[in-house]
Design a protein around this ligand. Structure first.
Ligand code: NAI
Ligand code: MG
Length: 506
C-alpha cells in the first residue's frame, strides 16, 4: 500500500484525517478493506486548488463481481435477512448516531473533496444523512402486507384467505453522483437496509472519500459482512459493470439523464428493476404579489445553493413584469455578495465546481448563452484563481429555444424571463422541458400559488420556499427526471417486491 505525504494544508484537517488521507484508500468488500484486483489506484483532487488530496482503489468489473458475490452471499445465507426487523432498525439507527458523532470529519471531507463550504456540509449534507438513517430505521418494523378479500372461488364452497407480503428485492446496485456525496449514499443505502436488501454502492469518481468514511461507520455499527459493499471506480468501467451484472436484482441510479438511459439499456438485458433520479431544469415562478425580500433571497438560494450543482436547482426564473427589474436586480445583488473561496476557509459561502470537467462544461454553457444573444445581466467578478470557480451569474434576454434555457447547466447560472399574465401560456412555458423534477412558486396569495403548483408537471413544488428536503418527503421526477422516488415511505417501493399468498382454509 502506498503512503503519501499528508496534506497538512489546513488547520481544520485533523491529524487522524490527515493520516487517513495519506494512505491509498481501499474499497469495502465483504466486510474487509480491499484494494482493486488490478492493483490500480486513481487520484482525488481538491477542486478549490486542483491539488491531489488522496488516492483510492480503481475498482473495475472484477471488483464489482467480487462485491456483488459478497452481497449475494449476505442476502442468501448471511444473518442480515434473518435478523428481526427490530434489530435491523436499531442497527440502522446506530449508523445515524455514528454519522453525527463523526459530523465534523465528514463535513471536512466533503469540503475538501467536493469543494462545498464545510459549514454547509455540516448543516445540510451531514445532518440530512443522519436524518435519513434515523428516519429509515423506523420503517424496518413497519413494512407490512395486507389481507385482501377476494371473490375468486377455485371450487364451490371453498374458503380462501389471501394476503400480500412485502419482501426485499435482493441485491441492489446503487450508483451515485458527486454533488452531495455522503447524502446521496445515505438516500440510497438507508432504505435498502430498512427493507432488508444487500448493497453494492458505486460512488462518484470525483468524490469517493466520505462514503469510504461512512463504510467504516457501517462496520462499527455492526453491519454484517457483505451487506453493504462500497466500490470506488469510474462510471464506464465499474458503474457499467454494476448496472449490467447478472447477480444484481435492482439498480438505483442518481446522475445525468444521459447516463440514466445507459443504465436502463444495461439493466434491460435481464430486466433488472431500475429506479432513476436524474436531471432537471426547474422553473421558479414569481407572481406579481410576491413578498420581494423573501422571493429575492429564495430565488438566489434556489440557483446558487451548492454552486448550482443541484438537480432541483431553480434554474429558470419567471417573474411578473411589474416586479421583474426589482427581483432580478435583487438576485444579482445577492449574487454580488456571495463570498467565494475554499470550503474550509471561514466565511466561504460558495466553493468551486467539483471538477475541471464541470468547470469546462459550465463555461461552455456561458459561451453558448453569449453566442445565442443572452445578456449577462450580472456576473460576479471575484472568482478566485487556481481552482474550478465559476462566479454566480444571471442571464436575461433569453428565449425558450436557447441552450441555456433548455439544458441543465449544473452551475451557478440563472436564466431570468419576465411574463405578463399568469395564464396557460406561462404554465405551458414552465412545463416546456424534458425534465420535471422540481419547481417554485412565490406569491402572497397562497391559494393562487397552490393552484399554480397543481398545474406544474414536477415531482416537488415549493411555495414561498425552496430546497426544503426532509427524509420523510418523497423526492423524484416526472418525465425524463426519473423513475420512482427517493426518501419518504415512497422510496421503500424501490427496494421491495410484493408477493400475493393465497391459502385454502376450508
Ligand atoms: P454522470 O451521470 O456521468 O455520473 C453519475 C454517476 O454515474 C457516477 O457515479 C458515474 O461514475 C456513473 N456513471 C457514469 N457513466 C456510467 C455508465 N456508463 N454506467 C454506469 N454508471 C456510470 O454525471 P457527470 O458526468 O458527473 O455529470 C454530468 C452532468 O450530469 C452534470 O453536468 C449534470 O448536469 C448531471 N448530473 C446530475 C446529477 C443529479 O443529481 N441528478 C448529479 C450529477 C450530475
Ligand atoms: Mg459522466
Amino acid at each position: 500500500m502506498n503512503v503519501h505525504a499528508p496534506i497538512l494544508q489546513h488547520a481544520s484537517v485533523s491529524e487522524a484525517l490527515n493520516k487517513w488521507l495519506s494512505h491509498d484508500r481501499p474499497m469495502l468488500i465483504d466486510g474487509r478493506w480491499e484494494m482493486a484486483a488490478s492493483g490500480r489506484t486513481f487520484d482525488v483532487h481538491d477542486p478549490a486548488t486542483g491539488a491531489r488530496i488522496a488516492a483510492v482503489a480503481e475498482g473495475d468489473a472484477a471488483d464489482v463481481d467480487r462485491a456483488v458475490k459478497a452481497a449475494r452471499r449476505a442476502f442468501e445465507t448471511g444473518p442480515w435477512p434473518r435478523m428481526t426487523p427490530s434489530d435491523r432498525g436499531r442497527l440502522i439507527h446506530r449508523i445515524g448516531d455514528l454519522i453525527l458523532e463523526h459530523a465534523d470529519t465528514l463535513a471536512t471531507i466533503e469540503a475538501l473533496d467536493n469543494g462545498k463550504p464545510k459549514t454547509v456540509a455540516r448543516a445540510a449534507d451531514v445532518t440530512l444523512s443522519a436524518d435519513m438513517f434515523h428516519y429509515m430505521s423506523g420503517w424496518a418494523t413497519k413494512i407490512e402486507g395486507r389481507t385482501i378479500p377476494i371473490s375468486a372461488l377455485a371450487a364451490p364452497g371453498m374458503e380462501l384467505v389471501s394476503m400480500t407480503r412485502k419482501e426485499a428485492i435482493g441485491v441492489v446496485g446503487q450508483i451515485i453522483p458527486w454533488n452531495f456525496p455522503l447524502l446521496m449514499a445515505a438516500w440510497k443505502v438507508a432504505p435498502a437496509l430498512a427493507t432488508g436488501c444487500t448493497v453494492v454502492l458505486k460512488v462518484a469518481e470525483e468524490t469517493p472519500l466520505s462514503a469510504l468514511w461512512l463504510g467504516q461507520l457501517l462496520l462499527d455499527a455492526g453491519l454484517p459482512d457483505g451487506v453493504v459493499n462500497i466500490v470506488t471506480g469510474f462510471g464506464e468501467t465499474a458503474g457499467a459493470a454494476l448496472a449490467g451484472h447478472p447477480g444484481v436484482d435492482k439498480v438505483a441510479f442518481t446522475g445525468s439523464t444521459e447516463v440514466g438511459k445507459l443504465i436502463v439499456q444495461a439493466a434491460s438485458k435481464d430486466l433488472k428493476k431500475v429506479s432513476l433520479e436524474l436531471g432537471g431544469k426547474s422553473p421558479n415562478i414569481v407572481l406579481g404579489d410576491a413578498d420581494l425580500d423573501l422571493t429575492i433571497a429564495g430565488a438566489a438560494n434556489s440557483i446558487f445553493f451548492n454552486h448550482g450543482q443541484c438537480c432541483n436547482a431553480g434554474a429558470r426564473l419567471y417573474v411578473h413584469d411589474s416586479i421583474y427589474d426589482r427581483v432580478v436586480e435583487g438576485v444579482a445583488q445577492v449574487a454580488g455578495q456571495i463570498r467565494l473561496g475554499h470550503g474550509l476557509d471561514e466565511g466561504t459561502e460558495m466553493g468551486p465546481l467539483v471538477s475541471s470537467v464541470q468547470y469546462d462544461r459550465v463555461r461552455g454553457f456561458l459561451q453558448a448563452g453569449r453566442d445565442e444573444g443572452a445578456e449577462f445581466m450580472f456576473r460576479q467578478d471575484q472568482a478566485p484563481e487556481g481552482g474550478y470557480f465559476v462566479a454566480p451569474t444571471v442571464l436575461t434576454n433569453t428565449n425558450p429555444q436557447m441552450k441555456v434555457v433548455r439544458e441543465e447547466i449544473f452551475g451557478p447560472v440563472l436564466v431570468a424571463t419576465p411574463f405578463k399574465e399568469l395564464d396557460d401560456a406561462l404554465i405551458a412555458e414552465a412545463n416546456n422541458s424534458v425534465y420535471g423534477l422540481a419547481a417554485g412558486v412565490w406569491s402572497r396569495d397562497t391559494g393562487r400559488a397552490l393552484s399554480v403548483a397543481n398545474r406544474l408537471r414536477a415531482g416537488t413544488v415549493w411555495i414561498n420556499c425552496y430546497h426544503v428536503f426532509d427524509a420523510a418527503l418523497p423526492f423524484g421526477g416526472y418525465k425524463q427526471s426519473g423513475w420512482g422516488r427517493e426518501m419518504g415511505e415512497a422510496v421503500l417501493a424501490n427496494y421491495l417486491e410484493t408477493k400475493a399468498v393465497t391459502m385454502r382454509i376450508g
